[in-house]
Design a protein around this ligand. Structure first.
Ligand SMILES: [Zn+2]
Length: 279
């Protein structure tokens, strides 16, 4: 007889959610982005730290956390970094024999709706990394929040809490400056729809070109040289491009990030937008 599995249905749902949210490198590069769903009994399944969205399966890449310790800290008007990290450590539970570290973004996932999606979409970064981000987002997405740049984890969790300012809508959309987007809703399907609609609206509005990974050595070398000279445009650039390898030794994740940066600079230039760098 096979062993009973806990949260079998929810694990399958999270794996499908993760695959849909990370379906292409235009939507998230490397191990960026994450998804979560809350269970009826006060827990949350969230993508484990370090996994690619497309790697999550019902049996791997999922972390189980209890929401009670997180709600206790995040329910306060302010909280310290230590309080948040202690609450996350305290919240982690084993899931069918494995105990994986939850995403660094567990804090903000726990504050939002029943299903939460976070992508490093190049389209979201196009609109949230330029000097006119605030007005463009207000014009195209009047109900969305624009969250100032913050480092992942404690700082971002705090900025999202400030941006929401006590509102507790079941569904919504946030643009994270120089970082990506977050959508949340009552179901994973709806959260994916909100993100897909936002990405498509940005593509249509600006007639953005298709995204593809850089292929030729010449293009890769030129992109690396340009990034070495440019200021920092995205969180991924800040985290992963501080010491760039030679183009010959470039790996999959870095190639995705470099291709995204190269696309962003070209798309902004073609649309007459000025990049707003991370200061
Ligand atoms: Zn992120």
């Amino acid at each position: 007889m096979s062993e009973k599995k806990f949260y079998e249905k929810e694990s399958k749902e999270l794996a499908e959610f993760s695959a849909a949210a990370g379906i292409s490198t235009a939507l998230t590069q490397g191990a960026g982005g994450n998804v979560s769903i809350k269970t009826a009994d006060g827990n949350m399944l969230i993508k484990a730290s370090g996994f690619r969205m497309r790697e999550v399966s019902p049996d791997n890449g999922i972390s189980l956390v209890s929401l009670a310790p997180l709600n206790k800290v995040l329910g306060n008007l302010s909280f310290t970094e230590h309080q948040l990290s202690s609450a996350i450590s305290e919240s982690v539970r084993p899931l069918n024999g494995s105990l994986l570290k939850p995403s660094v973004e567990t804090g903000f996932h726990s504050m939002l709706g029943a299903a939460v999606l976070h992508q490093h979409s190049i389209y979201a970064n196009f609109i949230s990394s330029c000097s006119s981000s605030a007005s463009l987002i207000a014009e195209l997405f009047p109900k969305a929040y624009f969250v100032p740049f913050a480092m992942p984890g404690y700082e971002l969790c705090l900025e999202i809490k400030k941006a929401l300012n006590g509102t507790s809508a079941a569904a919504g959309l946030l643009f994270l400056q120089n970082h990506g987007l977050v959508s949340y809703a009552d179901s994973a399907e709806e959260a994916v729809n909100i993100a897909n609609n936002a990405n498509e609206k940005i593509i249509r509005h600006f007639r953005l070109p298709a995204f593809h990974l850089l292929e030729s050595r010449k293009d890769i070398r030129q992109a690396i040289d340009a990034i070495k000279e440019a200021k920092t445009l995205t969180l991924d650039q800040l985290l992963y491009c501080s010491s760039m390898p030679r183009s010959e030794s470039i790996n999959g994740d870095l190639l995705e990030i470099i291709s995204a940066l190269s696309w962003l600079h070209a798309a902004m230039r073609d649309c007459g937008l000025s990049p707003a760098y991370i200061s």
